[in-house]
Design a protein around this ligand. Sequence first.
Ligand SMILES: NC(=O)c1ccc[n+]([C@@H]2O[C@H](COP(=O)([O-])OP(=O)(O)OC[C@H]3O[C@@H](n4cnc5c(N)ncnc54)[C@H](OP(=O)(O)O)[C@@H]3O)[C@@H](O)[C@H]2O)c1
Length: 420
Amino acid sequence: LGKSNVAILGFGTVGRSVAHILCDSDFHGLTLTHIFNRNVSRKYADWVPKSVQWTEDLAEVLASDVDVIVELAGGLDPAGDWVRQALTAGKSVVTANKKLIAYRGVELQTLAQQHGCQLLYGAAVAGGVPVIPGLQQGLAGDQILKLEGILNGTCNFILSKMEKGAEFAPVVAEAQAAGYAERDPTEDVDGFDARAKLVILTRIGILADVAPNEISCRSIRNLTATDFAYANDLRCTIRQIARAEVREGQLLASVGPMLVSQSSPLAWSKGTENMVIATGRYGGQTIFSGHGAGGHPTAVAVVSDILTIAHGGSTVSLPARKLVTGGEFRLPHYIRFVVSDRPGIVAEIAGDLAQEDINIRAILQKPDHPADDTAFVVTVEPCRNSQLARALARIQKMDCLLSAPFEMGILSDSPEPHAH
Ligand SMILES: NC(=O)c1ccc[n+]([C@@H]2O[C@H](COP(=O)([O-])OP(=O)(O)OC[C@H]3O[C@@H](n4cnc5c(N)ncnc54)[C@H](OP(=O)(O)O)[C@@H]3O)[C@@H](O)[C@H]2O)c1
C-alpha cells in the first residue's frame, strides 16, 4: 500500500471525526496534511499533530503534494467549486455531500474521469451504512429493479418516538435538543434530504438518472399519534419511505410517510437508523442497515473511500440512463378523516371514492373520541395517486370536514399489481 496525503475541507462534525481516525494511528499509510476551514484559528485542536497545516487558503492545499481532498463543508456552493478545482488539479476527491452529488454528481464524475482521478461519495447516503459501495460493487452483477429505504435518521427518530404515543411537535423539539434535527427541520421532515439520497441511489443502483424535482415529496408534519394508533390496528407502523422502481421502462419514485407492515424489516429500524432494501432481478432482496448519521459512523465511510483510492482501486461506475418519470405506484391507501359528526358522512365518502373506481377495504374508528371531533380511517384497495387525489378533491368540499383528509400509501410486502 502506497502512502497518501489527505486534506480535509471543513472541520465540523464529520471533518473532526475523520481527522480523529486519521490521527489516532498511522492509518494504513494515510497521512493528514491539511485542514482547511474559514476563520480557521477557531478550529485548532491540540490532538492534531503539529505537522498538519491549518489554512484558509484553498490554493495552498491544491498546490501541495496532497493526493486526496476530502470535502466535508456541505451545500452546493462553494463546496461544488472546491471539488471542481480539486478534480481539475488532478486530485481525487472524497465527499459526504449528498446535495452536491444529487444535483451535480454526473457532471463532477465526468470531470474526474477527464482528469484521471476519482470522486467517491460513500458517506453521502446512509452515513456509515455501506450501501453505495454495496450497490456499486457487491451488487453490480445484478440488475436492481427496486430500492426502498429509510434514508433520513431525523424522521426515523421522530416517527419511532411517535410510535410510542408522542405527538409531532414535542418530538421535533426533543430531536433538536439532542442535535439530530436542525433549527429549521424542513429538509428532513418535508423529505428533501431523503430525496437527494434517493436520486443518488437510483443513479448508481437502478442506473436511472433522475433530477430531484422529478420525485414527489410528502411531509411527515401532518402525522398525529392517532395515525400510529390506527396503523397499529392494521398491524402496521409508519415510516418515511424513499422508493424507486422501474416498471415497463418507466421510473416510479417518491418520498413520504407510508404505512409499513410491522413484520417488514422497514419497521425494525428505530431511532436514527437507516435502512435500504435493494431488490435485484437475479439476487432477490438485500438489506443494508445501520447508523445513517453521526460524526464517527459517517467518518468511517469517508475513510473507507480514502483507503479505496489509496489502494489504487476504483469503484464500478456504470453509466445511468434517462428514464421517463411520472409513472404512478398503484397502492392500497390509508385515509384519515376528521369531521363534525352527522349522519350520512361515510356513505357520501364511499360514493365519491366509487366514482373513481376506488373500493373501500375497511373503515376503522376508535370508540373513545370526543363527539364533536370525530376521527375515522378508511383504507382502500390499490389505486393510483391521481385517482385518489380526484376523489379527495370532491370529498374536501363536504361541509362536515374539520381538516383536509390525510392519506398515505400502504406498502405491501407482496408485489404490486401493474399500474396499467
Ligand atoms: N453530520 C452527519 O451526521 C452527516 C452524515 C452524512 C453526511 N453528512 C454530510 O457531511 C458534510 C459535513 O457535515 P457536518 O455535519 O460535518 O457539517 P458541519 O458540522 O456544519 O461542518 C461543516 C464545516 O465546514 C465549514 N464550512 C462551511 N462552509 C464553509 C465555507 N464556505 N468556507 C470554509 N469553511 C466552511 C464549517 O465552518 P464553520 O464552523 O465556520 O461553519 C464547518 O467547520 C455535509 O455535506 C453533510 O450533509 C453529515
